[in-house]
Design a protein around this ligand. Structure first.
Ligand code: C2E
Ligand code: CA
Ligand code: CA
Ligand code: CA
Length: 278
């Protein structure tokens, strides 16, 4: 038993060290990742259930470390936030997204672009002006932009965040509440927040139509949103069964592997830009 305990301790110590080493590697490289072109965006389609039509995409950030390879945004975004790099990174994402929006519009694909933002971005007083100038520079319409933020992110200072969101809506930007239902006090956000859309968390979608409770909750969320004039999209739709059930519940839009994984620019164009040549 004694040796076993010692082994366990050794194992623990080793993984902790490994964890630290990985963190150091990531931190060191992330600081120069923008200059090294280590980021790129992929785009996941958002679909209108009734028609199967592409209405927009969510831009998702990808990062490749020279030795660690592809690293998930779930791991590197919090590190960037801690390193005070998140404003710079969001700016890069917005710039890239705007450029892509314009490019697709010129190719006849007029869709919305959703971008994930960090709560820290909203605390930066220059955020809105930067956003406006990026869209002006790229000759893009701010009405085609949707900013996604999470509920937990908003828990900080409701009044201050509300003011910023109000301003964003004044300039035409749409606001989507991400991972809806995964945090606490969702109804408070419904009540007080200036939002255009909610993205229902995939945990509610995962077990339908088996789980009656989830169906009841989804049904109510959809009904309530409609009463408030808020658009609903369900995330994490992986099967045909889920898609048709959601449509039956009155959900208009969906996103998930059933329709498409996140795609590169090229892949998206091949799938959604129809030419007469084929
Ligand atoms: P999110 O905003 O909730 O994004 C949805 C995540 O679910 C994406 O993971 C997407 O690839 C994945 N997903 C899409 N469809 C399905 C499905 O049918 N089933 C399952 N199981 N998963 C699906 P990803 O790309 O790894 O992003 C993870 C998170 O990282 C995002 O969650 C978002 O919070 C954050 N993130 C990604 N890009 C950015 C960014 O540019 N800026 C910021 N601040 N955060 C970002
Ligand atoms: Ca999102
Ligand atoms: Ca989400
Ligand atoms: Ca999420």
């Amino acid at each position: 038993a004694k040796t076993e305990g010692r082994n366990k301790f050794y194992f623990y110590e080793k993984t902790l060290t490994e964890h630290m080493q990985r963190l150091i590697l990531l931190e060191n490289h992330l600081k120069q990742a923008l200059e090294q072109n280590a980021f790129h965006l992929v785009y996941q389609p958002q679909i209108e259930l009734a028609t199967g039509q592409l209405i927009g995409v969510e831009a998702l950030l990808r990062y490749t470390h020279p030795t660690l390879g592809a690293v998930s945004p779930i791991e590197f975004i919090p590190i960037c936030e801690r390193l005070n790099m998140i404003d710079e990174i969001t700016e890069w994402v917005l710039q890239e997204a705007a450029r892509q929006l314009k490019d697709w519009k010129e190719k006849g694909l007029h869709i919305r672009m959703a971008v994930n933002i960090s709560p820290l971005n909203l605390e930066n007083k220059t955020f809105i002006n930067k956003l406006i100038s990026i869209f002006e520079k790229n000759h893009c319409d701010l009405h085609d932009l949707e900013l996604e933020l999470t509920e937990t992110a908003l828990a900080k200072s409701i009044e201050e965040v509300s003011k910023v969101l109000e301003k964003l809506r004044e300039i035409g930007v749409r606001i989507a509440l991400d991972d809806f239902g995964s945090g606490y006090s969702s109804l408070v956000y419904f009540k007080d927040f200036p939002i255009d859309k909610i993205k229902v968390d995939r945990s509610f979608v995962k077990e339908i139509p088996k789980k009656e409770r989830d169906i009841a909750i989804l049904d109510s969320i959809i009904l309530l949103s409609k009463r408030l004039g808020i658009e609903v999209i369900c995330e994490g739709v992986e099967t045909e069964e889920q898609a048709s059930y959601l449509q039956m519940l009155g959900c208009e839009f969906a996103q998930g592997y059933y329709f498409s994984r996140p795609l590169t620019k090229k892949e998206l164009e091949n799938k959604y830009i129809t030419t007469n040549i084929k």
